[in-house]
Design a protein around this ligand. Structure first.
Ligand SMILES: C[S@@+](CC[C@H](N)C(=O)[O-])C[C@H]1O[C@@H](n2cnc3c(N)ncnc32)[C@H](O)[C@@H]1O
Length: 220
C-alpha cells in the first residue's frame, strides 16, 4: 500500500509513485518544477490566501501539493476522473496532515462539471489539459468557467500552439492518458481560435509566456 513518508523528499515521493505505475502528469524530472510553476503563475496573476481555486485535471496533485499548502483551508478544489491517480497523490505526495489542515475538495467527474462544488472560483487552472482536450471539451470548460467564476475570476490554461502549416485538432475525444486510456498524445490549438471562442462568451484571452514547454493563456 502506498503511504506518506515524511523522510522522503518530494522528488523521492514522486519516484515512488512512478515505480508503482502511477502517471505523474509529465516526466519525473519536471515533477517538482512544473508543480511549483503552477503556484507561481497563480501568484503572478493575483492569487491570495483566501482565493478559491479549481484545479481541472489535478492528476496526482503535482500542483495541488503546492497550491493547497499556500491557500487557507477549504479553498482548493480539484477535478480528476482517474481515481487511482488522485488517491495515490493524496496518499504519497500530499499526505494526511496537509489534507487534514487544508480540507481540499475533490470530484472524479469526467464531464468538466465545475458546478459540483457549489462554489465560485477566483481562479481555475488547467495545466496540460488543453494539450489533450477536444475543441468541444475546451468549449465546455469555458461555459463552466463562465457559470462558476467570481466577477474577476481568471482561467489559466496551458496550450501547445499549432503552427500555421498544421491543422489544429478537430476530433471529439480526449487524446492522451486519462481514466480510460494509458496511451500518450498531444493536441495543439491556435491562440487565434482560443481568443475567438473566448470572445464568443464575453471573455478576453491573453497569451502569456511559454513556461516549461507550454504557453500559458490567461482568460478573464
Ligand atoms: C497531463 S495530465 C496533467 C495533470 C495536472 N494538471 C498536472 O499538471 O500534473 C492530464 C490530466 O487530465 C486528466 N483528465 C483526463 N480526462 C479528464 C477529464 N475528462 N476531466 C478532467 N481531467 C481529465 C488525466 O487523468 C490527467 O490526470
Amino acid at each position: 500500500m502506498l503511504t506518506y513518508d515524511d523522510t522522503l523528499s518530494l522528488r523521492e515521493r514522486a519516484e515512488r509513485l512512478q515505480s508503482a505505475g502511477v502517471f505523474l502528469g509529465g516526466p519525473l524530472r519536471k515533477f517538482e518544477t512544473v508543480g511549483r510553476n503552477q503556484l507561481s503563475i497563480l501568484l503572478r496573476n493575483g492569487l491570495n490566501l483566501d482565493s478559491k481555486v479549481l484545479d481541472v485535471g489535478c492528476g496526482c496533485l503535482r500542483a495541488g501539493y503546492w497550491i493547497m499548502q499556500f491557500l487557507q483551508p477549504g479553498c482548493y478544489c480539484g477535478i480528476e476522473p482517474n481515481r487511482d491517480m488522485l488517491e495515490a497523490g493524496k496518499a504519497v505526495i500530499v499526505g494526511p496532515d496537509v489534507l487534514d489542515a487544508k480540507q481540499p475538495r475533490f470530484s472524479n467527474n469526467a464531464d468538466f462539471d465545475f458546478e459540483v462544488f457549489g462554489e465560485r472560483f477566483d481562479f481555475v487552472i488547467a495545466r496540460s489539459i488543453w494539450t489533450h482536450a477536444s475543441p468541444g471539451q475546451i468549449e465546455t470548460m469555458l461555459d463552466q468557467f463562465v457559470k462558476t467564476r467570481t466577477p474577476d475570476g481568471v482561467l489559466l490554461a496551458s496550450i501547445k500552439e499549432c503552427p500555421w502549416y498544421r491543422r489544429q485538432y478537430a476530433g471529439d475525444a480526449w487524446v492522451g492518458k486519462s481514466d480510460t486510456s494509458e496511451e500518450g498524445g498531444i493536441v495543439r490549438y491556435r491562440f487565434r481560435w482560443i481568443s475567438r471562442i473566448c470572445a464568443d462568451r464575453g471573455l478576453n484571452a491573453t497569451r502569456l509566456q511559454n513556461e516549461h514547454g507550454q504557453v500559458w493563456v490567461r482568460i478573464g
